[in-house]
Design a binder for this molecule. Structure first.
Ligand code: NI
Length: 374
């Protein structure tokens, strides 16, 4: 086994055994720093609480490119039989970010070894808190991206075999927004609804009507959805409460649909409530935008994947999210799915990554970053 392969596997087992939640990735950051430093890789002096940015400066002229690797784990109790099972109770690398860290480290080591060939400069961003959808903003608060021309991102994909890569141009993940609707009525005795205004019945009407946005307002060729995921009202069986709270999420691909949902949600909630004599207040909490792969980068990525022996599969569209899209608000980007062996889905307690993908992924990423894509 090549020394690097052995080193990457050992690092991966360590990260898997020591998962840390969003914004708490202190030990993870320390470990990444130690490995990179051992290989003489420069770490930029940003004062990030967690996460870090490594830089590899090539000996040839060229642009600055970035690679994003997210590093946080999830509050899930692991149910695998792996020899390197999580040692932190209730925490698990169930989204493969341990693989992202390790492949990013491998890529950094390979680029450092190939500095003579490297055109320009590569920044490898070990980003905290992707699972909150907002970790990317911590990186964007610094000036690290100011000189970067394009950014690459990737994710472990348990729907495809090891040795494959999913690539597509255009939309790959959705914009993710959250809403909270507070319906205010007038509480009263359960036997005398005529004496109050029932926010529960009003909420039921609002929930039904909200589904008409996707079926009646949005262009039928645009994927999108709205889910009401939490309904909360009342404390007992014989009292009509004064208030109900509905919470949920909207997923869209097109910017215009995101605006449309926000407007229609407000109108439907407020006017339906009004029709029932109640009042609704809507809070719209914007999350990360949709991830859109740049065509030139996607084409270049396919070439490099072929060159390093990966088989290309079509990347699935998903109404899931990745805060990678925040970087793309500033510069072109491309987000790929690395096949990690078919098995349980991400965020499942038995999810696992085949460690055989570590070195090939690192080699592919190094090839992708050693020359400018555009
Ligand atoms: Ni993830």
């Amino acid at each position: 086994m090549r020394d690097l392969e052995k080193e990457l596997k050992e690092a991966f087992y360590w990260f898997h055994r020591h998962p840390e939640l969003s914004y708490e990735e202190y030990r993870t950051t320390k470990e990444i720093r130690e490995i990179l430093t051992r290989h003489g890789i420069e770490i930029l002096p940003y004062e990030l609480q967690t996460g870090l940015v490594a830089v590899i400066r090539g000996e040839k002229e060229g642009t600055v490119r970035a690679l994003r690797c997210d590093i946080d784990a999830l509050p899930i109790t692991e149910e695998t039989e792996l020899a390197y099972v999580s040692e932190e109770s209730g925490k698990m690398h169930a989204c493969g970010h341990d693989m992202h860290i390790t492949a990013g480290i491998g890529c950094a080591i390979l680029l450092q070894e190939r500095r003579k060939e490297l055109q320009g400069c590569v920044k490898i961003i070990f980003q905290p808190a992707e699972e909150t959808s907002l970790g990317a903003l911590k990186i964007l608060e610094t000036d690290v991206m100011d000189d970067v021309g394009c950014i690459w991102g990737f994710h472990a994909d348990p729907t495809n075999e090891a040795g494959t890569i999913g690539i597509r141009e255009g939309y790959v993940t959705a914009a993710v927004d959250r809403f909270i609707i507070t319906v205010k009525g007038i509480g009263c005795h359960g036997a005398h609804p005529d004496g109050g205004i029932d926010p529960v019945v009003t909420s039921a009407a609002i929930i039904q009507a909200l589904q008409s946005i996707v079926s009646r307002n949005v262009n039928a060729f645009h994927p999108s959805l709205l889910s009401v995921t939490r309904v909360s009202a009342g404390t007992t069986w014989n009292v009509i409460p004064a208030e109900a709270v509905l919470e949920g999420t909207v997923r869209t691909m097109e910017r215009e649909d995101r605006i449309l949902y926000e407007r229609r949600l407000q109108e439907i909630a407020e006017k339906t409530a009004q029709a029932y004599g109640a009042e609704a207040q809507v809070e719209w909490i914007p999350g990360s935008p949709a991830t859109i792969n740049n065509k030139k980068m996607a084409d270049f990525c396919a070439q490099m994947a072929e060159k390093t022996g990966l088989s290309i599969v079509p990347e699935e569209h998903s109404l899931g999210a990745d805060d990678f899209s925040f970087y793309e608000e500033h510069i072109p980007g491309c987000y790929m799915k690395i096949g990690t062996g078919v098995g349980h889905p991400i965020h499942h307690p038995a999810f696992c990554v085949n460690p055989e993908v570590l070195l090939p992924t690192a080699e592919f990423l190094a090839e992708l970053l050693i020359t400018p894509a555009m």
